[in-house]
Design a protein around this ligand. Structure first.
Ligand code: SAH
Length: 223
């Protein structure tokens, strides 16, 4: 246990009970999540809940995803240390930090400036191995400047898969994205082979909406 790592036991329990026992097998994902202090990314008042088995509210009406869902997305992304990854929805920066532990380069886009700058401050203090680029903008359009990406991971849900995210995938690349309605979506994985795209679906999930010109035009109606 690192000095001052008061929540190491909570973190170990989270990895065992929520991830390993529920089928997460990717050893690199498990190692990254075992080593990263999630309490750094949640509001101070919720630090005691940082390892709970659920999403938590963060600033600006957004959420930090449930640990299991983060692990599932990272596992489905089949990340390799050489990859350049595009992330849509930096949010708190928790998943961004994990991506920077698992891949060579992370380009992350966040729509809300206040979240992006708070995430940038946190990520700076961590001294992560992967190269990190953060951008404030509409991630439903991808981030053309650094395309193509070996992997694209979207942490916000779209009504249909944004065309730009498929276009910016490298040949052989994978896109992991929640697709569906405002409340409930399916986690989808798209694989690009040349000009062909194959889709697989992996169960239900519930993410905040991706708001932008390639996704929801504004907050979707809640029923
Ligand atoms: N994985 C993040 C959770 C992010 S929640 C974490 O661990 O904290 C989803 C984020 O996507 C929110 O911060 C939201 O503001 C952002 N978002 C929504 N639409 C977006 C868009 N079009 N482009 C970029 N970010 C977007």
């Amino acid at each position: 246990m690192k000095p001052g790592d008061a929540r190491a036991a909570d973190r170990r329990r989270m990895v065992d009970e929520q991830l390993v026992h529920r089928g997460i097998r990717d050893a690199r994902v498990l190692a990254a999540m075992s080593g990263l202090a999630r309490e750094m990314f949640v509001p101070a008042a919720l630090a005691a809940l940082a390892y709970d088995d659920r999403a938590l509210p963060v600033a600006q009406g957004q959420t930090i995803s449930q640990p299991w869902m983060v692990a599932r997305m990272l596992e489905l992304a089949e990340l390799e240390p050489v990859h350049r990854v595009l992330e849509i929805g930096t949010g708190t920066g928790y998943q961004t930090a994990l991506l920077a532990l698992l891949a060579a380069e992370v380009c992350s886009v966040e729509r809300l400036p206040a979240l992006a700058s708070a995430a940038a401050r946190r990520l700076e203090t961590l001294g992560l191995p992967g190269r990190l680029r953060l951008h404030v903008g509409d991630g439903s359009l991808g981030w053309r400047e650094f395309a193509p990406y070996a992997r694209v991971v979207a942490a916000a849900a779209a009504p249909v898969v944004p065309r730009a995210l498929l276009d910016q995938l490298a040949d052989g690349g994978l896109l992991v994205i929640p697709v569906g309605g405002a409340e409930l979506q399916r986690l989808e994985v798209w694989r690009r082979t040349g000009t062909r795209f194959d889709r697989a679906a992996y169960g239900d999930c519930s993410f905040v909406p991706m708001i932008g010109s390639g996704a929801w035009a504004e907050e979707p109606p809640h029923n």
